[in-house]
Design a protein around this ligand. Sequence first.
Ligand SMILES: Nc1nc2c(c(=O)[nH]1)N[C@H]1C(S)=C(S)[C@@H](COP(=O)(O)OP(=O)(O)OC[C@H]3O[C@@H](n4cnc5c(N)ncnc54)[C@H](O)[C@@H]3O)O[C@H]1N2
Ligand code: MOO
Ligand SMILES: [Mg+2]
Length: 401
Amino acid sequence: MENLITVEDALNLVLQHTRDFGTESVELENALGRILRDEIVADRDFPPYNRVTMDGIAISHAAFKKGQRTFLIEGVAAAGDKQHELRDSSACLEVMTGAVMPRNADAVIRYEDVFIDGRQATIEVPAVTKHQNIHMKGEDRTAGSCIITPGVKISSPEIGVCATVGKSTVRVSRFPKTIIISTGDELVDIHEVPEPHQIRRSNVYRLKTVLSYFGVPVETAHLKDDESEISEALDQYLKSYDLILISGGVSRGKFDFLPAALEVAGVKKLFHKIKQRPGKPFWFGVHDRATVFAFPGNPVSSFMCMQQYFKPWLQKCLHQQIPPQPRAMLTEDVHFKPDLTYFLEVKISYSENAELLATPVKGNGSGDLANLVDAEAFIVLPSGKDLFQQGEVYPLIFYRE
Ligand SMILES: Nc1nc2c(c(=O)[nH]1)N[C@H]1C(S)=C(S)[C@@H](COP(=O)(O)OP(=O)(O)OC[C@H]3O[C@@H](n4cnc5c(N)ncnc54)[C@H](O)[C@@H]3O)O[C@H]1N2
Ligand code: MOO
Ligand SMILES: [Mg+2]
């Protein structure tokens, strides 16, 4: 009998072998998708002054309250002007959206509710409340408060906040120097027309996307199923890369040289083969500098292992804050006999109560790469059971960013 590690133990081992690749500064324009390592603090109040939110007139609310409806226009306050002052509390100033609210004025009435005749403005609505149409200084955030904590993956809102506090460069996690290697004599380049016994190599492209979502630059290589070519290449790659991802050649075939070659090259094996489907023959190990993920060659297997093991490893290496894992409810019964954790491809929808629903899109096994297109997640069905019933809830791994 084979000695298989459980999915939980395998993930724990992978996560115990993370590395710290340090930090670097990047221009804000290049920071999208990077993991922020600075704390972003409000350099001033948000907003920094009482900000007019409607084009109209600014008055003293007390005057309106006393019954006054017609106001002499003293002048115009535009966005970008220094703060104006309402000199006569029974007059008004025209104010534009984005202007600093004038001193001695405390309500803005929009043009739509005012009749203007020459230098006179008459309010035509029955009610005006104090501070209406003013975005008050410090109402959103106060100076010195933390707006973004380290570990956030920088997306559009973070870019906007960094810009507004004047962070033109930000400190982010550095990336491991990475290579993805495909193996196999049946594989040809995507620009080639395969012979009847050949296929185009697709794994590298699919696996690379997982790193691309984090912005990690990736080099690629291809190796023949040739023991000495593989050994020579591994010696080279182990010296120059922090992260080596391999697809294929890790199972029981006569040309599956990777597990032995990796050990000969001095990579310390942490496990080989997991109690799971797909992806059973996944091999994981570490070298002085490099971490090696040697994934099974079947397209769904390598991709599933990438999602389940590699992505959390990368996120931990990069110090990313990890959101809780979503869970979804099966919409139909699933029978699965082998005592393995089953990563089943599913399509996601929502119930009337907004619960996440998972509908199996079974496909034809781990070679069915087209089926990944019809699904969008793996639902994780644990070992030790062979019937998973409609209505039961299990963890979910979304694989579309
Ligand atoms: N006797 C046994 N045979 C197999 C077992 C087993 O336990 N005992 N496990 C099976 C499982 S599960 C998997 S998964 C595969 C893993 O195979 P390898 O990692 O050795 O990968 P290869 O043999 O190189 O290729 C498998 C399959 O995948 C295709 N492939 C590989 N690379 C690519 C690529 N870059 N793009 C597209 N397709 C690729 C390859 O052509 C093969 O069809 O082993 C089972 N066998
Ligand atoms: O991992 Mo294999 O993919 O079960 O065929
Ligand atoms: Mg094989």
